[in-house]
Ligand binder design. Sequence first.
Ligand SMILES: C[S@@+](CC[C@H](N)C(=O)[O-])C[C@H]1O[C@@H](n2cnc3c(N)ncnc32)[C@H](O)[C@@H]1O
Length: 267
Amino acid sequence: MKLYNKVERILTELHALGIDDDAPLSVDDLTPFDQYHYYGTEAVDHAAAAIGIDAQARVLEVGSGIGGPARYLASSTGCHVTALELQFDLNETAMHLTQRCALADSVAHVCGDVLDGGQNGGQFDALVSFLCFLHIPDREALFARCFNALKPGGRLYVEDFAKHTEPSAEEWVLLKDKILCPYLPTPTGYEDQLRAAGFEDVVAEDVSAAWASFTRERHDAWNARRERNLDLHGAEITDGMEDFYKTAADLSASGVLGGLRICARRP
Ligand SMILES: C[S@@+](CC[C@H](N)C(=O)[O-])C[C@H]1O[C@@H](n2cnc3c(N)ncnc32)[C@H](O)[C@@H]1O
């Protein structure tokens, strides 16, 4: 997955702060760099409050990246998180950062594909996922795996894209090639698919306007530090991030890409 392959970026940022590889870390040291979704820890706090994650909860995070949401959720609520990530290099980096934060007892990193169903067995009180499902077009299989992973009464919280207006042919090329998003449900279609998978109490909040602001500000902030980013990360990362941030901001501004925060419950 070419989108999230520059895992060294976070280590470069830590070096710039004078933090050596292998030095102990706090979760707060990392949160400016390890949240690969919109609104960072604020969104994770929202998820925890929305589905009632507490210190007793066993939580599965699907598509955990380099572990930012999982570490923050475990440290802020006291819950246990199993962080499932498809890509080996991200998962390795996530594990190493979690060890450096002394959180290995609270966050278990697992490398795998959610569609393989290795996390089945009804063992989780909650399942959270931030900007991962957009990469997985087989929603029937995905939601079946999510349903099976939860205990009866278990709660689901997902942040994901939805389609507001039909993308043009050119916009579909951008979605597929630059965002790696090959499929977009409508907001009501999303809710219907979750109900068809057996979920109840499905509630989707439309956060498109807030996400359009976030993606534009993220792009502008990255570009405002272009010289610094070139010095620190080099041209490939600086230009690659600029292009990705611009595409996300443009597709949000055009009204194609909508944002949803979805809660549901396994009966
Ligand atoms: C936008 S990143 C978000 C990472 C993390 N949730 C965060 O907010 O920091 C999406 C992640 O989902 C992972 N992913 C995509 N498809 C997956 C799958 N089928 N199973 C598990 N992880 C997947 C990607 O490798 C990527 O790390």
